[in-house]
Every structure is written in C-alpha cells, then in structure tokens.
Design a protein around this ligand. Structure first.
Ligand code: OFO
Length: 162
C-alpha cells in the first residue's frame, strides 16, 4: 500500500518532470533562434527524455492502482542571453531535480515503502548522468569562450545525440 504522502510527492515529481520537458523544449527553440542547430537537436532530445521520465512516474502510480494528477505548467523561461547561460541554467535545474529525487528516496525509506524506494533507484542513477552531461557542455562552452569556429564545430558535434 502506497501512502497518500508518497502519492502526493510522486505527483509533484510528475509535474517537475513535465516542467523540465517544457523547459528543454523552450531552450531548444531558443537555441534554434541563436543559430545553434546541434544544441537545438540535443535539447529536443532532452525534452523527449524528460517526457519519458514523467511517463515512468505515471506508469508507476498506475501499477499501484493510483491515478496520476497533472498540474498546470507555468513560469517556464523562454529566452536566454547565450548558449552558456542556457546550459548553466540546465545544470542548475538538474541539481534541483537531484535534490528532489533524494528527498523522495528519504521519504520512501522513512515510510518503509521499499517498492517505491526500489523504483526510485533508476532516477538516482539517471540524475548522475543528467548532471554530468549538462556539466560537460557548460565546461566545454567555458573553454571555447568566443571562438566562433570552435563553437560551430562543437555545436555540430551535438547533432550526434540519438
Ligand atoms: Fe528528469 O531529469 Fe532532467 O530534469
């Protein structure tokens, strides 16, 4: 039996994943405006991955015979000054999501809800990857600075994300 508190926390996480999906879609559109086709592609893929995260939480609630509750997604930023600022915000966002997943794990453990704790382990690992890939892009953009030719080559390399 899953508790009301755990259900509420998971519903809040579904909303956070949907927010993330919307944020990455907005970033993808803005990267296109900046002429960064590789980042546009990478961020669209990230948007899709965030939707998959939301689906996983919805599927988990349904597997426990609980109907997920969607909330409105509001206050998603739409414009950034530069790719570097955009990816710094993506990294900051992922760190906040990691904190949320950790808090969910603590809640599941303190309730003795081992099924939910087990389910959450996928996201514990996933957040390590999410932070690492955002950090790698931020670090690379810092290294490249204002070198337009190098930025173009790096942006093109991001088209390879599947
Ligand atoms: Fe769903 O991991 Fe990013 O936000």
């Amino acid at each position: 039996m899953i508790s009301k508190k755990m259900i509420d926390d998971i519903n809040a996480q579904i909303n956070a994943e949907m927010y993330a999906a919307q944020l990455y879609l907005a970033m993808s559109i803005d990267a296109w405006r900046m002429g960064c086709r590789g980042m546009n592609h990478w961020l669209r893929k990230q948007h899709e991955e965030e939707m998959q995260h939301a689906y996983k939480f919805i599927d988990y609630l349904e597997s426990r015979h609980v109907e997920a509750e969607l909330a409105d997604i509001t206050d998603v930023p739409k414009k950034w000054k530069s790719p570097k600022e955009m990816f710094e915000q993506a990294l900051e966002h992922e760190r906040k999501i990691t904190e949320r997943i950790d808090a969910l794990c603590r809640a599941a453990m303190s309730e003795g809800d081992y099924a939910t704790f087990h389910f959450l382990q996928y996201f514990v690992g996933e957040q390590v990857e999410e932070e690492a890939s955002a950090m790698e892009i931020v670090d690379t953009l810092k290294c490249l600075g204002d070198d337009i030719a190098a930025l173009y080559a790096y942006d093109t390399s991001l088209l390879a994300r599947e």
